[in-house]
Design a protein around this ligand. Structure first.
Ligand code: GAL
Length: 647
């Protein structure tokens, strides 16, 4: 795995570029990303290009042997362009334009902007496409950041109508699929259909789901328009896009198929502070990030494209979370090693030097604004040092024994009609993941349509639209399937799944209704050694009292966990005790022995090497868990923010 950094030469005097480049190399960095927000410097006015500075910056970095990723600057259309074409601006759900003065203010459906994006991409790619040092290209920057996938513009409305017509062919088919007879919502022509915003109460869920699918497709279409141009000019370079963590508004599996390498931006402390964890967990891991959060995304994005990397790695405190603590010294090195253990091709820090001006002046860099080295720089150098001591070149990621299904459509579907305020698709998937990781496993995260061959266990925490072939494919692959609550509850058209569905047929049960619960309600379940409860959600399963497939029941007798042959079904949202017991049961069925790691320790097998990571503040001794390990980096005594590696 290579290390890199994101650099903004346009923010600094030319006189310091050469020194910056030398110091990058000294720090052990070999990759550098530039350009992704520099439109106003590349083309200060329409058609007046200033390539001089960028030529020089590229050459300065190239002379030091750095590999460059060139970003297209389309996340930041400049003022002159917006003033000439206000139709570029995205429109929010309340109908207001999203103004100039920050970034990402464009609408994915704007034809003008698509044309302008092609034009700037063409100019940039024509100039640098064959440059010896530019080994990869990044389209735009973080599609959808700041809630920008959906736009309620006139352009979006017209494009959505065409998309619907292409999908349904006839208006009758759409009316049937959406159930528009309800509340007299019937349409006579595709041209009558508006976007699902500004309705009095909830818009039709099928309408909303289709709009989300459409909006996701617009992002991919926009990316492809740039990729096609870059490919023409830079046939040997890799094309990537840097996606985010915690972000679901477009289908990342589809984007993954349209890049050579998928990269993502990892900010472990920012994500922890922002997301759903309990106060005690936020405090416990405030300087390390949640031990599974980056790992979850490494595994997810490897499931989108086998080639993947980290384009932006947090180096120190960020500026955008509600609270922005400093990472523990060494953490930014550990995060890089965790990425290496998951098979990343590179890990690149954001950013080289902290900018003393504008929106991100409180965001750390590897250097302070005065060019003195910051803790992030110390950690990056340490990561480089460790990577130079261990030889990872012979190692590759093997298929994990366990696949976790993560599905973007499921997430959209539940967001549209949660049917219970506490229902949270991402959180449920993460709960499965974190328990499996504490049990010591490598996990692959894959889409419901991915091949299942080679897996012993395929776990779908919830899969409301169960692909027709799913159970068959799993059974052919010899994989045990674990489905969570609400699985197979809906059709692709966002209607209730007709019963009996295949889950009911195989397990000899019926699921006539479900209920959602207040978060404080916990219904006890008899299973395993630890206390187990159903909370948040129950599918209320009915079955004969002598159905031997029922493994555990709630105290009011409703089955909670059912398992027979190659299929297990968890009918309720589990608390930690229940999910542990359920996973233990299915893993034993699959013949997969488990560990139970200390709360702050995580391990990952990478080829023939095992990596261990300490996310806590105290020393962890590895010898009890892994006696006789043949260490190639560090030993049994693992300090805070330390990693150890053994054969
Ligand atoms: C990312 C973004 C960067 C920078 C960074 C700050 O989301 O791609 O441009 O804003 O966050 O943490």
């Amino acid at each position: 795995m290579k290390l890199g950094v994101c650099y903004y030469p346009e923010h600094w005097p030319e006189t310091i570029w050469a020194e910056d480049a030398r110091r990058m190399v000294d720090m052990g960095l070999s990759k550098v990303r530039i350009g992704e927000f520099a439109w106003s410097r590349i083309e200060p006015s329409r058609g007046e290009f200033d390539w001089g500075w960028l030529d020089k910056a590229v050459e300065t970095l190239a002379v030091q042997g750095l590999e460059i990723t060139m970003g297209t600057p389309t996340a930041t259309p400049p003022k002159w362009l917006i003033d000439a074409h206000p139709d570029i601006l995205a429109i929010d759900a309340a109908g207001a334009p999203r103004g100039f003065g920050s970034r990402r203010h464009y609408c994915f459906s704007s034809q003008t902007y698509l044309k302008e994006s092609r034009r700037i991409t063409e100019s940039l790619a024509a100039r640098y496409g064959t440059h010896r040092a530019i080994t990869s290209w990044q389209t735009d920057n973080e599609f959808g950041c700041h809630d920008t996938v959906e736009s309620y513009s006139e352009n979006a409305r017209l494009a959505f109508r065409l998309w619907l017509e292409d999908k349904y062919k006839t208006i009758d088919a759409l009316n049937t699929a959406w159930g528009t007879v309800f509340w007299s919502m019937e349409y006579r022509r595709f041209g009558e259909i508006d976007l699902p915003n500004q309705t009095v109460t909830e818009a039709n869920p099928a309408h909303r789901l289709d709009f989300q699918r459409f909006s996701s497709g617009q992002v991919i279409r926009y990316h492809k328009a740039q990729a096609e141009i870059i490919r023409r000019h830079a046939s040997k370079a890799d094309i990537t896009h840097n996606v985010m963590g915690h972000f679901n508004a477009f289908d990342h599996y589809i984007l993954g198929r349209n890049v050579d390498i998928l990269t993502w931006d990892s900010y472990p402390l920012g994500f922890l502070d922002q997301a759903w964890w309990k106060e005690a967990d936020k405090q416990r891991w405030m300087r390390s990030g949640h031990p599974d959060f980056a790992a979850f995304h490494h595994d997810l994005y490897r499931g989108c494209n086998q080639r993947w990397g980290v384009m932006e790695q947090q180096p120190g405190p960020v500026n955008w979370a509600p609270h922005n603590p400093a990472p523990r010294a060494g953490m930014a090195a550990l995060w890089a090693l965790e990425a290496a253990a998951h098979g990343a091709e590179y890990c690149s820090y954001f950013r080289w030097r902290q900018a003393p001006f504008a929106q991100e002046q409180n965001h750390a860099g590897l250097l302070y604004p005065n060019s003195e080295i910051a803790q992030g720089g110390v950690d990056a150098a340490a990561a480089g040092d460790i990577l130079s001591q261990i030889d990872l070149s012979q190692q590759t990621t093997h298929q994990a024994p366990i696949a976790l299904i993560y599905d973007y459509e499921s997430k959209w579907l539940f967001d549209i009609q949660p049917q219970g305020a506490a229902w949270h698709y991402e959180k449920l998937c993460f709960m499965f993941y974190t328990v499996l990781r504490r049990m010591g496993f490598n996990i692959d995260i894959i889409s419901p349509d991915a091949p299942l061959t080679g897996y012993k266990l395929v776990a779908a925490p919830s899969l409301p639209i169960l692909p027709e072939t799913f159970l068959n494919r799993a059974s052919k692959a010899g994989a045990h399937v674990l489905l969570g609550p609400r699985s197979q509850s809906k059709t692709r058209d966002y209607q209730l799944m007709p019963r009996p569905n295949s889950l009911e047929a195989v397990l000899n049960i019926t699921i006539p209704r479900s209920e959602s619960l207040r978060e404080s309600v916990k219904i006890p379940i008899n299973m395993g050694l630890s206390a187990a409860h159903a909370c948040i959600w129950r599918d209320l399963v009915e079955t004969a009292s002598d159905n031997t497939a029922v493994i555990a029941r709630c105290t009011d007798d409703y089955p909670a966990f059912i398992s027979q042959g190659g299929l297990s079904y968890l009918a309720v949202w589990p608390d930690k005790g229940l999910i542990k017991s359920v996973l233990t049961h299915v893993l034993n069925t699959c013949g997969l022995p488990q560990l139970w790691l200390p709360k702050d320790l995580r391990v990952r097998q990478f080829g023939g090497l095992k990596f261990a990571f300490n996310y806590g503040s105290k020393i962890i001794h590895l010898s009890q868990l892994y006696p006789g390990a043949d260490y190639i980096y560090r030993t049994d005594k693992l300090g805070p923010a330390n990693a150890a590696i053994w054969r």
